[in-house]
Design a protein around this ligand. Sequence first.
Ligand code: CTP
Length: 406
Amino acid sequence: MEKEKKMFLGVTGGIAAYKMPDFVRLLTKEGVDVHVVMTKNAEQFVTPAVLRTVSGNRVLTADWSHQDDPFDHLNISKEMDAALIAPATANFIAKMAHGIADDLLSTAVLALACPLYVAPAMNPRMLQNPAVMENLRILESRGIRIIPPESGAMACGEEGEGRLPALEQLRDILLATRARKQDFIGKRVIVTAGPTEEPIDPVRCLTNRSSGKMGTAIARAAATRGAQVTLIHGPVAIPLPAGMETVAVRTAREMLDALESRFEACDMLVMAAAVSDYRVASPIAKKMKKTDAPPTLALVQNPDLLEMFGKKKGRRVLVGFAAETEDMAHNAREKMRRKNLDLICANDVSRSDIGFGGAYNELVIIPRGQEPLHTGRLTKEALADIVLDEALKAGAAAFAASGGMK
Ligand code: CTP
């Protein structure tokens, strides 16, 4: 979201609502014009007067009788650049998931036409309730971006996942929002995601802890921005995005086959998959039996897919990832050179607060021949848009020369 933009902030009745005046101040300092709507229960934790003072705008509350304009709920939903519901209670999430409009905020939310974020904050056991998880999945499948809660000590005294992320974190996620430009229309983008799995025998395999969340977020963002997307993914346990071709593979060589038949026609390849560098030389057809002498697994090298496609890159934009535990920028640049990439996104996989499996990541994005961009810790959704912006910029010279990316 660029500065001097209008933001809709919906506040619902969770304890974290008391933090919203500070949050509004953080945003207004960045030049964002914040318009607050709150539920009746939110008023138990923060007053409309405080939010009006810090935002400098009228605050709409649940009490329609005090509103001078009967169309307030519609007027406030117009011309917003982004909207956030924070904190979002289990009840409000349920209402959103089912289109219930029984107060001013829930009615206004139905009329919003801008990118919408939801920051759930509640007791960890409530968050894990299957009904709440299902409602969050419903919202996500409709393109609403869920800002994952953080783990830590809760107001109720329990420990676990459910805290509203730090206010600076929320601000950065919103400010990283790009207007949903349709800047990928007419472009074919292939994204790979998740781990690969190399069989040892019918029940055992070599794999890694990649969840597929980063690649899936990039695929979803590219599709939202108008691209024709193919998502080639290894075995993942996360919901797959709709509105694109999805190809499930298991091994690195299956991923290679899926890429080979599609690479020619693509404009951009983003290799977010954690491809296994090795496979078992001779997988066994029957389950290995336990023996007294521990078996030795002979491994052979898998093809480096990105390096192979780097050799026939043409004017396609190639984006790689670099999972590093040390010397990030140096190792990433070396990979970019070796694999003939336009852009490489390095992440520190030794940190437990970001990366593999989690909802957050922090990237050092290096365009070829340029200075690195340090993103800071953001959700994988926010990072996906930044990666795509940088990939477009990195490929811009090629577009100019050819009038297209190929
Ligand atoms: N990659 C690939 N094929 C492989 C291994 C990796 O296409 N067999 C891609 C990954 O998808 C990623 C990039 O190459 O975009 C870098 O992967 P990474 O595992 O960080 O590096 P490697 O090249 O495997 O080098 P190393 O393991 O030595 O760090």
